[in-house]
Write a protein that binds this ligand. Structure first.
Ligand code: GDG
Length: 733
């Protein structure tokens, strides 16, 4: 069902695009600021969309400009909002993490990938800035569309400021298989950043499949591949394949205009055109062309390879090296085959204007589009759109996203030099009837699935009610826990507030629901299950809230433990803190304004600010931290509260270990399976301690990272888990 109030897909509605680059690159010259169109597929795709619909494009202008207000759009039908970056940030974020880490890794070129934690730090800062700027510029927008691998963390940053805005994310490059993506030390962070979006688009199905694998295996997210949904915490994201198209009409009409021909007399032209990038397979293509001349000498003197290489990332050493390699091939092959009237390779290291480009496309006999890996590849599509006269032949790499749909092309493996040479030969020899049949089919599809249709399809998918996965059910739990639990007893650790009961304005109101109580009792009844409730509340408080004999209770984050058949435990250092806690309570009482209050829990305290208006919170939180630290306590943030704990090196993790050793002895892991469910920062101590030793679940929103194995969206899902555990097959004795 479409959201009436947003109407995101309305073609008259302006759109907000956030991408690393603006569509124009600005440079400071002696004559002032000059601008030139930026290069690359993302810009070719999106620029006409913004020009037609209007809106705002948020991005980096390409240089550090002195005056903030100096970027005019000069008659463009959309606004531009620059995001400024320092030279150091450009080095770390752009040249570093974006282009030396993510670009090769996402193209599965692992050997070229560099991992550098300084680059990562820069990437985080720059994404933060983009997200902040986008949220500020588009505070009233119903939809923000973030693009590409340079900005994978931006959706999460925008979400923090604009919880209700629909956020779309589109990845223009491949998403690699799980085994490749997980090489990245920050894989989980990037996945979490993306999952803050409501809709994530990839070019083709297989990238979406890889993404599902990664979020499922690296984050423990719940996925529904059939409906294209990922649930992570309490947020669900739609995932889809949206193959990008081109402005077909524009390319076709430019090709119909008279333009220069690249031909010398009746020489036949095989065309290569790319940004100069190692993913594009330019050296391999030249070797294939050389092999063609070797295997089929009849083409010598008659066919030329016209290779246009558009300068790209020219300040990066690897790209300079590639340029030298290509020039080496050109020199060698030309030296080997050229005669006085003919050179086999014509090589242009520069961009050509779009009109000329279309004439070149039109007049080429064969387009050799042979990337080693490519998200989509628009050159293949533009070539097809420009075949307005005698149709040429498209030779296309199987490893480009475009090959998923452009099946009528001659598909090649670009690493197979002989095979590619044979395909070029076949293309050059192909009869007109076959060429026309193939081209008609290719053109029909690209005309239909053009850029407008891509935008429309993506926006329509974004224009839905927030997605929701079917509630957690037996099949999910069986898949997650079936093997893990089979044949074992269970030690079940549960936090109370936000886990067994929903968070309320006052802790006294957070009672157990009857259904939760029934589920808990059903688990507790089993001989093979022990349950411990581990809470930040005072021991007496949590014991009376749950009020169930037979359970173990750990209060004050595990500083005090008690329960049926369990030796009472109180941390030996606590005696020193009772009086100091009272003093601290008195100091904190100064901050009991606006509905904030202090909960005294014996040796620990909690300062609650849930009822304080949001704009007044920051200062109170800061002051609470300061007062707690000055009193010699540790301040820890909790849900709308600051905890004050004695600095005695004890936390929920250590409490869990104490309970497990007391119940099952030092070799507890041989006898029992452990599950821990919690929703709070303080539960992270237990998640970290139990990593690899237990199945851990973090409940609620995914806006902070977790060390837990999986997330559960809410308290209802916890109940479902308990019900499943209560019903599970009895452990074999
Ligand atoms: C990324 C992904 C994905 C090239 N030379 C000239 C020129 N171009 C234009 C082409 C085309 C664009 O640059 C290149 O687009 P590609 O799609 O081929 O490749 P990337 O730049 O790597 O783009 C890619 C794309 O994003 C979109 O999602 O398809 O897989 O890697 O539009 O026309 N344009 C002009 N003169 C040139 O000399 N005017």
């Amino acid at each position: 069902m479409a959201r009436d109030e947003s109407g995101i897909a309305d073609p008259n509605r302006p759109i907000i695009v956030v991408s690393n680059r603006l569509p124009f690159t600005f440079t400071q010259t002696d004559h002032g600021i000059e601008r030139a169109p930026s290069a690359g597929g993302l810009i070719t795709a999106l620029e006409p969309v913004l020009r037609k619909r209007g809106g705002t494009w948020i991005g980096w202008p390409g240089t550090d400009l002195p005056e903030a207000g100096s970027l005019s759009t000069r008659g463009e039908s959309y606004d531009i909002a620059p995001v400024r970056l320092s030279e150091e940030e450009i080095e770390g974020h752009y040249r570093g993490l974006s282009n030396a880490t993510l670009w090769p890794l996402m193209h599965s070129m692992v050997d070229r990938t560099r991992f550098d934690s300084h680059d990562w730090a820069s990437y985080c800062v720059v994404n933060e800035r983009f997200g902040e700027t986008a949220a500020a510029k588009a505070a009233d927008a119903s939809f923000i569309w973030v693009h590409d691998y340079q900005l994978m963390l931006a959706p999460a940053r925008i979400r923090r400021d604009l919880p209700g805005t629909v956020i779309g994310f589109f990845l223009h490059i491949p998403f690699p298989p799980y085994d490749v993506f997980r090489l990245l030390p920050w894989d989980r962070e990037l996945l979490r950043g993306m999952l803050a979006a409501d809709l994530i688009g990839f070019h083709v199905r297989s990238y979406a499949t890889n993404f599902f694998d990664c979020v499922e295996r690296s984050l423990g997210a719940r996925v529904n591949r059939t409906d294209g949904l990922v649930e992570y915490g309490d947020h669900t994201t739609r995932i889809g394949a949206f193959p990008l198209g081109i402005d077909f009409e524009l390319f076709e009409s430019l090709a119909l205009d008279d333009g220069d021909s690249p031909k010398n007399s009746d020489e036949r032209v095989v065309l290569g055109i790319d940004r100069l990038d190692y993913t594009k397979g330019i050296p391999e293509r030249m070797l294939a062309f050389e092999q063609l001349l070797e295997m089929h000498p009849e083409h010598r003197g008659k066919v030329a390879l016209l290779q246009i290489a558009v300068p790209s990332r020219a300040d990066v050493a690897e790209y300079q090296e590639l340029k030298r390699e290509i020039e080496g091939h050109v020199g060698r092959i030309n030296g080997r085959f050229a005669n006085s009237g003919w050179s086999p390779i014509r090589y242009l290291y520069r961009a050509v204007d779009q009109k000329r480009l279309c004439a070149i496309y039109r007049d080429s006999d064969v387009a050799l589009v042979t990337p080693l890996r490519d998200g989509m590849n628009l050159v293949a599509k533009e070539f097809v759109a420009c075949q307005v006269a005698d149709p040429g032949v498209l030779v296309l790499s199987k490893l480009a996203g475009a090959a998923q749909t452009m099946r009528e092309a001659l598909l090649v493996n670009p690493y197979d030099i002989d095979g590619t040479a044979e395909a070029i030969h076949r293309a050059l020899e192909m009869e007109e009837a076959e060429r026309r049949s193939r081209m008609v089919a290719l053109r029909r599809r690209e005309k239909r699935d053009d850029i407008e249709s891509w935008v429309r399809t993506f926006l329509e998918a974004a224009d839905h009610e927030r997605a929701e996965l079917h509630p957690l059910g037996d099949s999910d739990l069986e898949a997650w826990l079936g093997d893990f639990m089979s044949g074992y007893r269970l030690a079940l650790f549960l936090d109370y507030d936000g886990t067994l009961s929903s968070l309320r304005d006052h802790p006294s109101l957070a009672t157990l629901s009857p259904a939760m109580r029934a589920a808990l009792e059903a688990c507790a009844k089993r001989d093979d299950t022990r349950i411990a409730v581990v809470s930040g509340r005072a021991l007496s408080d949590v014991t009376s809230m749950v009020d169930h004999p037979g359970l173990i209770f750990a209060g004050n984050h595990g500083l005090e433990i008690d329960g049926s058949d369990f030796p009472h435990f109180i941390h030996e250092d606590l005696v020193h803190y009772r009086n100091r806690a009272e003093e601290l309570a008195r100091s904190l009482s100064r901050l009991e304004v606006d509905g904030a209050w202090t909960e005294a829990k014996g040796p620990t305290l909690t300062y609650h600010y849930r009822a304080v208006p949001t704009q007044n919170r920051e200062e109170l939180i800061r002051d609470a931290h300061r007062i707690i630290n000055e009193a010699g306590y540790q301040a820890r943030d909790a849900h709308h509260a600051v905890e004050a704990r004695p600095p005695i090196g004890w936390d929920k993790g250590r409490a869990v270990l104490h309970i497990l050793r007391s119940l099952y002895g030092p070799a507890w892991s041989e006898h029992v399976r452990v599950i821990y469910v919690g929703d709070d920062h303080t539960d992270e101590d237990a998640f970290r301690f139990l990593a690899g030793l237990a199945m851990t679940f973090r409940v609620g929103s995914a806006d902070t990272p977790t060390a837990a194995t999986r997330r559960l969206p809410n308290v209802e899902a916890v109940r479902t888990l308990l019900e499943w555990l209560a019903r599970r097959r009895v452990q074999a004795s």
